[in-house]
Design a protein around this ligand. Structure first.
Ligand code: AKB
Length: 356
């Protein structure tokens, strides 16, 4: 049998980001193809492994994609590259370019690949609780666990971008070129999760509004003072990174006939910032964690839901978190963060650019 002219790969954009690290590790062990890992910045030594093809480049660079598709046959896409909520508020136009124009370029790439290969291309897209916009804190408290169709009025550029890209993905998968004979045949199999705040023991995100939880933990483990930019009562849903990676790959492998929607909430645990501080202090008694709310960033958190209803994900593709807050802290976050700073003496958390 003739060898394929192009190497079959799974493409991961923003591979060097928070989710990218864990996803690469998981797919190297359980994936079907070698990995094409693209990031704006050089990928660390942990990516120098058999089966990983690292590329430094910008998702907006169409010339780069034209070159890559001559060498790689893209079988599936995990499009993680994004400018997160806080960063995108400082440069909303850049946020739109990266988050929306970048996603459109990747969707078009998926259409081309689907036609070359005569197969559908799974397109996994991390959306976010930033796609929600609750009008005030009392509505947020009354709303409790919101459904995907509730309060879709984002107040950040990032949230607008994520919500619009959910619709773009639905269009490409179900209504593409509907006035032509090719209507609805893009070959793009768009699947998206609205992630809560994610907490990793390995990386600390930059540029996110939910970063206060991972930042609090990583600073406590180093004994460096942490002025928390939200107030004690700020409440959001969060998820341990291993569960986030598992939810993404579970959705990717779910049979298409089981899915009745393109966008899913996935939930795990939700906490007030002061309760999380109490838990962190129990593990790191010398931690210096104060609350110094930044009105604007605190205000963004007030528009995001206290928790999410993930019934459709549970019913349609068997989602169930493996980490509640206790297990996340006791078995994953505290031991791994402690070991990380004891071993390496890292003088500050590895700060990843604001990619998902
Ligand atoms: C952010 O805070 O911007 C992200 C998110 C919740 O999507 N971590």
């Amino acid at each position: 049998m003739a060898l394929p002219l192009r190497k079959p790969v799974t493409l991961i954009t923003g591979a060097g980001g928070e989710i990218g690290h864990g996803l690469v590790e998981h797919l190297l062990e359980h994936g079907d193809h070698e990995l094409l890992c693209l990031d704006l910045r050089p990928l660390g030594p942990e990516f120098e492994k058999d089966g990983v093809h690292g590329v430094v480049g910008n998702i907006l660079d169409k010339e780069l994609w034209a070159r890559l598709v001559t060498e790689y046959e893209i079988r599936a896409i995990y499009h993680l590259a994004a400018l997160l909520s806080t960063r995108a508020e400082y440069s909303p136009e850049q946020g739109h370019r990266v988050n929306v124009d970048g996603t459109l370029i990747l969707l078009e790439l998926a259409v081309t690949e689907a036609r070359y290969q005569a197969r559908s291309i799974p397109f996994l897209f991390p959306s976010s609780i930033a796609a929600y916009g609750l009008p005030d804190r009392s509505t947020k408290e009354q709303a409790g666990r919101v459904r995907e169709i509730d309060y879709n009025f984002p107040t950040t550029m990032y949230g607008c971008n994520k919500l619009y890209c959910e619709h773009l993905g639905r269009y490409y998968s179900e209504h593409f070129q509907q006035l032509t004979a090719e209507r609805g045949k893009s070959g793009v199999d768009f699947r998206s999760l609205r992630f809560p705040g994610l907490i990793s023991a390995k990386t600390v995100p930059t540029g996110g509004t939910s970063d206060y939880a991972p930042e609090m933990l990583h600073h406590a483990a180093q004994g460096t003072p942490y002025p928390c930019f939200v107030d004690e009562g700020a409440r959001l849903p969060f998820m341990a990174m291993p569960d986030a990676i598992r939810s993404l790959t579970m959705l990717a492998s779910a049979p298409v006939e089981a899915l009745r929607q393109r966008v899913y909430n996935v939930g795990s645990f939700s906490f007030r910032a002061d309760d999380f501080r109490t838990r962190v202090l129990a593990a790191f008694p010398d931690a210096q964690i104060t609350f110094e709310p930044d009105t604007a960033r605190n205000g963004i958190v007030a528009t995001w839901p206290a928790d999410v209803d993930d019934t459709p994900a549970r019913e349609q593709w068997g989602w169930k978190p493996e980490y509640d807050l206790d297990r996340a802290l006791d078995e994953y976050l505290i031991p791994e963060v402690r070991a990380r700073y004891e071993d390496t003496g890292d003088d500050h958390p590895r700060r990843r650019k604001d990619d998902r």
